[in-house]
Ligand binder design. Structure first.
Ligand SMILES: Cc1cc2nc3c(=O)[nH]c(=O)nc-3n(C[C@H](O)[C@H](O)[C@H](O)COP(=O)(O)O)c2cc1C
Length: 192
């Protein structure tokens, strides 16, 4: 899969097959994230990979999903089958750059997952204190983002946003539609 096609085809996945995600697949994601760029090469980020059934159940209660899952409720068996928590060493963190570094690491994990046939959902709406306790994250680390992973059980589609309405919606067949702004609305040539 070439990078450009992966970037075009990748969609957030919130419904997953009942298939375990191996530590090997998760470690491959972290290997790529480890080598991702970071401002001033700070490398303040570390990663906790989780595929243990008990921990998954606990984590699933501490995250909030949008899309079909929010609208129609959670379906047993369709929950994420793994999580990667991105944590940042507070001593090495930088107000201006850490969140940018997190975004780059997250997209790196998402694309490495995609190449392995995995679906992902970046999760910012999380119970941070609860997750820190579940995963034993020390006080000296922050928890900016969690990524849910699993083999996809849905195929969301993009469509051109109409009248700037960016709300995603579900059709009668249960397919998630994700409106995206048209290129002429986001691309400026040579000046604004
Ligand atoms: C930083 C960040 C945080 C997000 N947090 C959540 C979240 O808490 N729950 C959720 O269901 N989706 C979350 N998403 C996924 C977005 O809703 C999704 O990217 C958006 O609807 C566009 O869909 P697409 O990823 O398929 O293009 C998050 C995405 C990003 C980049």
């Amino acid at each position: 899969m070439d990078t450009y096609n992966a970037l075009l085809k990748r969609r957030t996945i919130r419904r997953f097959l009942e298939k375990t995600v191996s530590f090997e697949a998760l470690e491959k994601c972290v290997e790529a994230a480890r080598l991702a760029p970071s401002a001033r090469n700070t490398q303040e980020l570390e990663f906790i990979v989780v595929n243990n059934a008990e921990k998954l159940e606990q984590l699933n209660k501490a995250v909030r999903f949008g899309g079909v899952v929010a609208e129609k409720g959670r379906v047993k068996g369709e929950e994420p089958k793994a999580f990667i928590a991105i944590i940042a060493n507070k001593e090495k963190s930088d107000e201006a750059y850490t969140s940018i570094n997190v975004g780059i690491a997250a997209q790196t994990i998402v694309l490495t997952s995609f190449e392995q046939g995995l679906g992902t959902c970046m999760l910012g709406a999380i119970e941070r204190d609860q997750i820190k306790e579940i995963l034993g994250i020390p006080e000296s680390y922050s928890l900016p983002l969690v990524i849910a992973l699993g083999y996809p059980k849905e195929t969301p589609v993009t469509e051109e946003a109409k009248e700037n309405n960016l709300r995603y919606w579900i059709d009668k067949k249960g397919v998630l539609h994700v409106p995206k702004r048209a290129i002429e609305n986001v691309l400026h040539r040579n000046e604004f």
